[in-house]
Each structure stands twice: as C-alpha cells, then as structure tokens.
Design a protein around this ligand. Structure first.
Ligand code: HEM
Length: 460
C-alpha cells in the first residue's frame, strides 16, 4: 500500500485526503478545547483518513483504519522521521531525548533503554511499586476525600525517581518532586496548554508570566538533575539497579560515555513520559471501577481468589480481569489521543492518496479505539470485551506501535495493576461525583475533566 510516486514535487499534483477547510487557528482551538467532538465529526464527514491543520505543525493526515495503521507500524522505519516532529515536547526533554531523535541515534537509545523496562529487571521493581503505594495510602484516613490524579501521581513519580534515578528519600528527592509537579501543573488546563501550541505565547516576560515561570522551574529542575549526575560521577556509584547507573556505564560505538547533557535529556524524558501518563491512567481506572459497581465486585472477587497481601507481583500482573480492566481503561479514553507523528521522508502513495514529502501521518488512537466495527458500543466501559477476543496491535494501541512504540508499555501496565490491587485490597472507596466524566487536555495528554473525586469509606 505504500509506494513512491513519480518525481514531481509540485504541490498541485498531489492527491490529498479531504478535511476541514476551517482556518488553522479555528482547527487548533477546537483541537485544544473540544478534541473529541472535533475528531468524531471529522471522521463522520471525511472517513478513516482525513487531513487536519493543528498548531504550528505542518499538514497532518489523521488515520484511524487498522489496515492503514498496520502499513505505518510495519513499514521500513527509514521511510519516516518522527523525532523532528516532536518539537512541542522538546522544551521539557531537550534535544538529545530518544523522543526527539531520529535514525541511528534513535535506534541506539531505544536499544539502551528498552531492556530496563522489561523482563527480569522490570519485575524486580514490583516490590518497590507495592511498597511506595503502601506508603502513600497509609496516609489515607477513613472519611478522607481526595482527587485521584495527584495521589496517583505521588505514587508514579516516586516509582520513577526510585527506579530511574535510584533516588532515595531525602532533600533532593523532595525538591525534584516539588518542582516537577509544579512544572507539569503549568499545563493543567486547555487554556494553559495553549502555551505549548502557540509559539507567540512562549515569551519570557519575567517570573510571573506563564512561560517565564515554566522556564525558571525547568532551570531549577535542571540544576537538581545535574547535581545528582555530578554526585554520582564523583562517588562512582554505577553499580546500582537503577536506569541512571545503566546509562552512566554505557558506551557508544566509539567507546564514549554519555555526556551530562545527554544523561539529563534522557532522565527528563523518563520523568516526563513516564509518570504523569501512568497517573492519569490510574485515575481513570479508579473512576471506572467505582462508577460501575459490577466492575468493582468482579475485580474484588478475582483479587480475593489469591492471597493478595502476600502475592508475588508477577501473579497479580497475570490476573485476567485486572488486565481487562486496565486495557479497557486505556481503550475508552487513551491518555495519548495520537501516536507520535510519522513524517514522510519522500513523496509517497498511501491508500490511494499521493502525499508530499514532509506530510505528517498521525495515528489517532482515540478514533481507532472508538470504531464500532471493532468495539461494539464503543462508549460503554466493558472490560469483558478483552476476555472475549484478542485485538490486533493495529486495533488496540494505547502505547502506539512500530519503531516508536512506548518503551514504558510493559512497565506502565505492570505498575497500574500493582497499584490498583494494593489500593483495592486495603480500602473501600466511594466515588463522590457520579456524573459522567470526559477527558480534557492537560498539556499533550488527556486527563479526566473535573478530576476523579473519591472518599475513603472503610479499611480492610
Ligand atoms: C499509561 C502510561 C503510558 C502511556 C499511555 C504511554 C503512551 C505512549 C505513546 C502513545 C507513545 C507514542 C508511541 C508511538 O508513536 O507509536 C509513547 C512513547 C514513549 N513513551 Fe510512553 N506511555 C506511558 C508510559 C510510559 C512510561 C512509564 C515510560 C518510561 C518510563 C514511557 C516512555 C516513553 C518513551 C521514551 C517514548 C518515545 C519512544 C520513541 O520515540 O521511540 N512511557 N508512550
């Protein structure tokens, strides 16, 4: 389905998909404020492959057909760039991050990072995840009311700081937590998220201006991260199980170690990509589990079928209904609505269209997960669908796919299951606001609007 067309590079010779003719500004505002409505009505009007204009990005082709997604995820990775399209993320992660790299350097960094989030190494973190969860929920008291995401973020941030940085409780640990949380909160609404999408808003007008404040927080975080790197170099504590140790002892093909700046960028990538995403997914899971009483009952039945308090983390991670609940949570409102863009390195024929070099292909995870032909009654939360059939990686793709698939996929699923099992086997919670909840933009991801408000009813 993917072939290279003729030698022409003149715009008028290309056959592009249909899409809205609304001005870019209007399309961008809709994408920020009413993303679901904008996506669903575009798919209704133009089908599974349509064109969109968003933010400062070049023309994007939005794709939600499994056949087309398969073509993209299985294509030769040399056909596409991606990193150069992730400039919106660069203010957080820096220019040496795996997310903004392309080609050989991207592959090398992936190879380096992937093993740390899989297999034995990942399972070794299971105990840490359960302990951190226990510590956080030990603070909960009967009758206490709380909002799910900040509590879950407290857990997932500590998990990343321990597993990636090898940081133990202490002053620097607390400072990193505080600055990073404030930095992410700078984008905690559609309005504040606009900062990322409009270059002209990115002006440092002093500490009180939104962008100026963001830059100062980033600088403070950089100082803390560099302090940690320097201290580790002096102490030569490279033997730890954490990911920083692994990165510090790695050598490239010329035998060179990573520089401080490269280390900083990869650490920021893990912090940025790895904890808020998981926390949002956990907040949604708590919402659905308490919104639909039968889901909670079935889950408790399954958890009670094993000796949950003494169970091995791997046993918990293999529970089928718990897996189905986590999968359905990530299906119905995926944390990332889109994959990273795939940018054509040459003119290309794609599903009957002739696309010019430089076009962005964006796989729309949200729309694919809401196809009624794959997921009947797509707006219903029904974990059973994951027990009844297996979905292909082009039908169910909360972590994207192909050579850009999320490197934290297995880790995030593992963490979600352990955190949920630990909470549910300890407390009975109650959802305080039973109105339906929709996702709203929070920076580059989508989180529950209004927040998931819960109360602690009982302790077991
Ligand atoms: C529920 C939690 C998470 C979700 C929903 C999620 C989702 C995603 C998605 C959709 C992508 C883009 C994939 C593509 O374009 O095909 C991605 C990329 C990435 N994710 Fe995650 N992620 C999660 C957790 C994590 C964690 C825990 C880490 C690491 C600590 C992580 C690190 C990354 C990195 C480094 C990339 C870029 C990969 C590359 O460019 O090659 N993510 N993630």
């Amino acid at each position: 389905m993917i072939t290279f067309p003729r030698n022409s590079s003149h715009e008028t010779h290309f056959k592009l998909p249909n899409g809205s003719h609304a001005p870019k500004l209007i399309q961008t505002l809709r994408g920020i404020w009413r993303p679901i409505k904008a996506l669903e009505s575009a798919r209704e009007r133009y089908g599974d492959i349509f064109i969109s204009n968003f933010s400062t990005l070049p023309r994007q082709i939005i794709i939600s057909s499994p056949q087309a997604i398969q073509e993209i995820f299985t294509a030769d990775s040399k056909l596409f760039d991606s990193g150069s399209g992730n400039r919106l993320i660069e203010p957080f992660v820096g220019p040496n991050s795996v997310i903004v790299l392309d080609g050989d350097r991207h592959m090398q960094q992936r190879k380096l990072l992937m093993p740390t989030f899989h297999g034995e190494r990942m399972r070794a973190y299971g105990q840490t995840i359960c302990e951190i969860t226990q510590e956080v929920i030990n603070q909960w008291t009967i009758g206490q009311e709380f909002v799910a995401r900040p509590q879950m973020q407290n857990i997932s941030l500590q998990v990343i700081l321990k597993t990636v940085f090898g940081l133990k409780q202490g002053e620097r640990y607390q400072q990193i937590r505080q600055v990073l949380t404030a930095m992410l909160d700078s984008f905690d609404s559609p309005w504040k998220s606009s900062l990322l999408f409009f270059n002209f808003l990115q002006q440092d007008l002093g500490a009180w201006s939104p962008w100026g404040n963001f830059l100062r927080q980033r600088q403070r975080l950089d100082e803390l991260v560099y302090q940690e790197i320097h201290e580790r170099r002096i102490k030569a504590e490279l033997e730890g199980e954490d990911i920083l140790s692994l990165l510090m002892s790695s050598r490239d093909e010329q035998g060179q170690p990573m520089t401080d700046v490269e280390l900083r960028d990869e650490l920021m990538t893990m912090l940025f990509a790895g904890h808020e995403t998981t926390a949002i997914a956990l907040a949604w899971a708590l919402y659905w589990i308490h919104y639909i009483p039968e889901v909670r009952e079935k889950l408790l039945q399954e958890l009670n079928s094993i000796d949950i308090k003494n169970a091995n983390p791997t046993t918990i991670a293999q529970l089928p209904y718990l897996n189905a609940v986590c999968s359905e949570t990530l299906r119905i409102y995926p944390v990332a609505f889109f994959s990273l863009p795939r940018i054509l390195r040459d003119d290309m024929q794609f599903f009957g269209y002739d696309l010019p070099k430089g076009t962005y292909l964006s796989v729309c995870i949200y729309l694919t997960h809401h196809r009624p032909d794959i997921y009947p009654e797509p707006n219903q939360f029904r974990p059973e669908r994951f027990l009844e059939r297996q979905f292909s990686p082009y039908e169910f793709l909360p972590f994207g796919g192909g050579n850009r698939r999320c490197i934290g996929m297995a880790f995030a699923m593992f963490e979600m299951k352990l955190v949920l099992a630990t909470i549910l086997s300890r407390y009975s919670l109650q959802l305080l606001d039973s109105r339906p909840l929709l996702p709203v933009r929070r920076g580059l991801v989508f989180a529950p609007a209004r927040g998931v408000h819960l109360a602690v009813k009982e302790q077991y």
